[in-house]
Design a protein around this ligand. Structure first.
Ligand code: NIG
Ligand code: FE
Length: 398
């Protein structure tokens, strides 16, 4: 974000760079050994980018005559890169707390979905909502994310499933991008569910022949900025063949492939993503060993979502197996009406306790690797010169 003033944060007890050699991602070894400067300072230029970062003494000597618009004394504090949330569904209307009661009584996620609830419930309410209402709720959700340290967030459409509502959702995301001091990576997720009354083939046809061409037109005219394409590849939702054709069509339009796969059933989504050159696949609770190997080889990031496994009582995502196999592991909140958590610190905590990641691994997964999953790791995810100056200053002494 452009801050329009030159900022010096000095004398921090620690400046956690995460990495320092322009790495686009960290795999297992790198995640365990994050780059840290003890007693460090950092300068953010008026263009919003990091101008210098290093030992406090060195910065003091090198910039002795320099003037700053703002100086923060970070004595005793810790500076981190802003957190990156690599998977959210933050645009929707309609409360689904009644479904939580159904699930507590034994219904599965797909039981609720098949009965016309879940995503279908939210689609009904989101279609009926006016854009201004969605802008207000999105803004308040994004502000809550910022309060817990998120500075870059992926935001999906996907509660429209028709052209008009999908575009409405993407426009709402675009408005937030221009009005709030948070960076957004925007995802078209028109294949989030098969709309009621349609077959998979009809829904796929509508996406390929109607929704994607119109989306491309809006992007070409500069009316919409969309970065990624997503499909919910799952038994009873989009099968492997329809997923492949939708993702490929999105890729041909210049979108990054970043989709939901192998969540409730092993679908070979991981192998498909690797074959298509996907930047990232989310969930993966049911991924196979072959899928993990394919993702490691293709450098397709795994976006793991501990809140979903928690709320749906799914098997834990296989973070340790993935790290061991050389997969790029990232984290996301999966904020949505079913998994209602905006906080990346809680996500990192769950990743440590339930998925057995170490604290440095969780931090790398919520910074540089999450930025990689969004195609943004050359500008976000670590404290390096010329990257965006999105910092968290933690006063851990209080
Ligand atoms: O990532 N699995 C599919 N999509 C979302 C849930 C969306 C919803 O239930 O509204 C997820 O968990
Ligand atoms: Fe999701």
């Amino acid at each position: 974000m452009t801050n329009r003033y030159r900022l010096l944060v000095e004398n921090a007890k620690q400046v956690v760079l995460v990495c320092s050699n322009g790495e686009k991602y960290l795999k297992s070894d790198g995640m365990q050994h994050l780059k840290i400067i003890e007693n460090g300072s950092i300068i953010v230029g008026s263009n919003g980018q990091i101008e210098a970062v290093g030992a406090a003494d060195t910065i003091k000597a090198d910039y002795s005559g320099a003037s700053f618009d703002k100086v923060i004394d970070a004595t005793g504090m810790c500076v981190l890169p802003g957190l990156v949330d690599a998977h959210t569904h933050p645009v929707w209307a309609g409360d689904r707390v009644h479904e939580f009661a159904m699930k507590l009584a034994g219904a599965t996620y797909m039981d609720v979905h098949r009965a016309g609830g879940g995503i279908h419930f939210t689609v009904e309410h989101t279609r009926a909502a006016v854009a201004s209402e969605l802008v207000i709720s999105l803004s308040s959700r994004l502000k809550r994310m910022m309060q817990t340290g998120t500075t870059l967030v992926e935001c999906k459409s996907g509660y429209g499933l028709d052209l008009q509502t999908e575009l409405k959702m993407l426009e709402v995301i675009q408005r937030a991008r221009h009005t709030l001091p948070i960076n957004i990576s925007s995802t078209y997720c028109g294949a989030h569910a098969v709309p009621k009354g349609k077959t998979v083939a009809e829904a796929t046809e509508d996406i390929l022949q109607v929704q994607l061409p119109k989306l491309k037109e809006c992007m070409d005219k500069g009316d919409l900025q969309v970065d990624n394409i997503d499909v919910f590849c799952e038994k009873g939702v989009f099968d492997l063949t329809s997923t492949k054709s939708i993702l490929q069509a999105g890729k041909d339009m210049g979108l990054n492939i970043n989709f939901h796969g192998d969540e409730l059933h092993p679908m070979n989504s991981a192998q498909l993503g690797a074959e298509l050159g996907a930047l990232a696949i989310s969930h993966l609770e049911e991924v196979t060993d072959e899928g993990i190997a394919a993702m490691a080889k293709a450098n397709t990031a795994a976006v793991l979502l501990p809140t979903t496994a928690y709320i749906l009582r799914l098997p834990q995502p296989r973070a340790r197996d993935m790290l061991k196999a050389g997969v790029i592991v990232a984290l996301g909140s999966d904020f949505n009406p079913n998994a209602y958590c905006c906080s990346m610190p809680i996500v990192m905590h769950l990743a440590c306790v339930n998925m057995r990641m170490s604290m440095p691994e969780a931090l790398a997964a919520a910074t540089i690797n999450a930025a990689y999953a969004l195609g943004c790791s050359s500008s976000h995810g670590s404290l390096e010169v010329n990257k965006d100056g999105d910092l968290l200053i933690l006063n851990s002494t209080r």
